[in-house]
Design a protein around this ligand. Structure first.
Ligand SMILES: [Ca+2]
Ligand SMILES: [Ca+2]
Ligand SMILES: [Ca+2]
Ligand SMILES: [Ca+2]
Length: 276
């Protein structure tokens, strides 16, 4: 007759995992084993024919690892996100640190060996700092006018067959900087104007564009020197005559207009007066 015993305190638990046939001595597994919980089980089996000294055998059961755990990603932001989105500026330099990522896997050997990468081609990279630890950084200068938002996954993948993986989603939004000056749609304007005109006569609308957004793209127009014969609406760019032209007195006017946001760019405007 056989009976099982064990030195450890969780004998009852182990006897629930394994069963012993008291007559044949056959040991069977009763429920799924989990290597991550207990890798080695030790059982002592006693065999007795009723006499006073039973025979004793120690059974060691090594549980072989199966790749049954996906890697874990722990992502700690260095730049605190706002509503789940990291805000970066166009001015931020290359290698700006966004987050520290630690990956782990409960399995062993190749089943627990984790590689970590970014699934898309984005201007961010993972820099390995320690075993299983990476810094998420910018890998290029960012341009708000090119791409305003990036959404990408960081993938941690183990080397089991088949491999299991875990992903973490990262959202980055850029903030606009005033890195574009206004640009005139026409760099030089030439106008022919009749003399003996009406004052306030409409001449042309000066127009400039700015690739930035919001206030960084708000344009104010301004007349340069030698433009006392003209009025310019700061906001609309509408150029009007402020006086009556007399060709015999002055034939040509050459002056500049500037368009300004926070940067400045000058436009040459040439105004030619013709006789009636
Ligand atoms: Ca496992
Ligand atoms: Ca695994
Ligand atoms: Ca910009
Ligand atoms: Ca601008």
């Amino acid at each position: 007759m056989y009976s099982a015993t064990g030195a450890s305190s969780n004998l009852v638990y182990r006897l629930r995992l394994f069963a012993l046939n008291f007559t044949t001595g056959l040991i069977t597994v009763q429920r799924p084993l989990d290597r991550e919980e207990t890798a080695i089980h030790k059982l002592t089996v006693l065999a007795s024919d009723g006499s006073s000294s039973p025979a004793r055998a120690t059974i060691t059961i090594n549980v072989t690892d199966v790749n049954d755990n996906a890697p874990n990603i722990d992502l700690r932001y260095i730049i605190s996100p706002i509503n789940g989105t990291v805000m970066l500026s166009e001015k931020d330099p290359i290698n700006t640190k966004i987050a520290l990522i630690t990956v782990s896997d409960k399995d062993t050997d190749v089943n627990g060996k984790v590689i970590c990468f970014i699934e898309k081609d984005v201007p961010f990279h993972l820099k390995a700092v320690y075993d299983n630890q990476y810094l998420l950084e910018t890998s290029a200068l960012l341009d708000y006018e090119g791409t305003k938002e990036y959404i990408f996954k960081i993938v941690a993948s183990d080397s089991g067959k088949p491999s299991l993986n875990q992903t973490a989603l990262v959202r980055v939004r850029l903030e606009d900087e005033n890195d574009n000056p206004p640009i005139f749609t026409q760099p030089v304007i030439e106008l022919a104007v009749m003399e003996n005109n009406q004052r306030d006569m409409f001449l042309t609308t000066i127009s400039a564009t700015d690739e930035d957004s919001g206030r960084n793209a708000e344009i104010v127009y301004q007349l340069g020197p030698n433009a006392s014969f003209f009025d310019l609406d700061r906001k609309t760019g509408v150029l009007t005559a402020s006086r009556v032209f007399d060709r015999e007195e002055q034939e040509r006017f050459l002056f500049t207009v500037t368009a300004r946001d926070n940067g400045t760019r000058a436009l040459q405007i040439l105004c030619v007066r013709e006789s009636a």
